[in-house]
Design a protein around this ligand. Sequence first.
Ligand code: ATR
Length: 287
Amino acid sequence: MNPADPALTMTDRYAVIGHPIAHSKSPAIHAAFAAQTAQDMTYEALLAPLDGFVETVARFREQGGRGLNVTVPFKEEAWRLTDRLSERARLAGAVNTLVVDGHGFSGDNTDGAGLVRDLEFLGCHPAGARVMLLGAGGAARGVVLPLLEAGAARLFIANRTPDRARALQAHFAGHDARGVLRAGGWEDAASTPCDIVINATSASLSDEAPPLPAGLYAPDSLAYDMVYGRGLTAFLAQARAQGAARVADGLGMLVEQAAEAFALWRGVRPDTAPVRAQLRAATPSLA
Ligand code: ATR
């Protein structure tokens, strides 16, 4: 072994790829993880043209890249690109983490695990909880399996278009051995109070809230909006008015899904608490 061999001394490269990408917090998060765990690596933001995702990924790999996080709008394209998918990524229909291996890439999706870890961090364990998931698009689909596997006592998928919620229920039926998955529209959602209500619709992006019926929130319940950086969203404000005991945004999920990806790449799990605190201090408050 020659210690001067550049292949042995080269710093490992990682990146987040998206369009746009300049706003991404991932480089700061992974730089903090790398410093904390003393990993010799770099992590950059990679802007891919809307019609140039595959080429940009291939170039990154040729240049020695070891792994990528994938964000909007390329998660589905990354899923199609990858033939070695984890089960959770296969079912999510989206890939947010690519790991370079001998032949190409393997693909995973750490979003749902990130959500579950964040809920646990917040002291709201999905195990045994009655969970309501609002939305039936990509964001919702990405978290269903991890919520089921975490042991939710009931998981109701509610959506503006009820048929899309039912389609999602059918998609995950093979993984619902305990028969806890239900689906329907907003009005079907109120039959039993919930311990955790998760907003995975894109309504918060236009400052709207799904028109949820009263009676949804159990005492001690948590309302969770998967978006972050927007302060108290219309959904979270509505949740407070309807009796949710606590509210949370998706900032913790962002950090936790990054930690999951970091662990996949490096085999080391970072302590997320200091990074969460650092980001929280720079983010609009939920007060
Ligand atoms: P994403 O990948 O962010 O999930 P998507 O696949 O376009 O995006 O899905 C958006 C989700 O937000 C859908 O569940 C959508 O409801 P429909 O299936 O009925 O379209 C939901 N959504 C978007 N705007 C909404 C609004 N103003 N009120 C309630 N639900 C909304």
